[in-house]
Design a protein around this ligand. Structure first.
Ligand code: SF4
Length: 179
């Protein structure tokens, strides 16, 4: 790991992420079967913002975009829970994770060149997404891991990070792809 990678991980931990791993030679597997869950019938965010379909583009367009990047900083926000956990708690933790991601992106900007941020739970650069008016921060908007068809569990496990669905712990994941 070179100094730049060390610094990226240090900044991620300072931002409050639980875990940060630098991935070299990263090729994302954008899966049709996962993107198939993005429908107006299954997700209330469909057609509401620039990072869900149709605003984010076709899966081929997402695949082409991801293919321009070869490295990534994989980040996790991990929280232990005491079940039963109210849905609002998950929502709040997801929001905190994404604001932490936004803080890191802004700290690194203009930093390591072109980036592709991916996360879960939507883009938090604006109070309300400008969609269908033009995106206000197209260079850094937080794209959706789901809309890109990414299997987050596989991505984390291949990076050596724990990831599971359990009642007493929640994992929120983000990936900052770098050229
Ligand atoms: S930067 Fe603003 S307008 Fe662009 S996707 Fe994010 S929330 Fe929407």
């Amino acid at each position: 790991m070179n100094i730049q990678q060390d610094l990226l991980i240090q900044k991620a931990m300072e931002a409050g992420f639980s875990r940060a791993v630098f991935l070299d030679s990263l090729t994302l597997d954008c899966r049709e079967d996962l993107r198939a869950f993005c429908t107006p019938q299954t997700c209330p965010s469909h057609g509401q913002n620039w990072v869900c379909p149709p605003g984010c583009g076709t899966l081929d367009a997402c695949r082409e975009k991801a293919g321009r990047f070869s490295r990534g900083l994989l980040l996790q926000s991990v929280t232990d829970l005491t079940p039963p956990t109210a849905p609002q708690v998950y929502k709040t933790l997801n929001s905190q994770h994404n604001f932490r991601f936004r803080q890191l992106i802004e700290e690194l900007s203009p930093g390591p060149g072109e980036v592709l941020p991916l996360t879960t739970g939507g883009c938090v650069f604006c109070d309300s997404c400008a969609y269908p008016e033009p995106c206000r921060r197209p260079q850094v908007k937080m794209e959706s891991l789901s809309a890109f068809g990414i299997d987050v569990a596989v991505l984390c496990r291949e990076a050596g990070l724990d990831y599971s669905f359990r009642e007493d712990r929640v994992y929120f994941t983000a990936l900052l792809m770098l050229g």
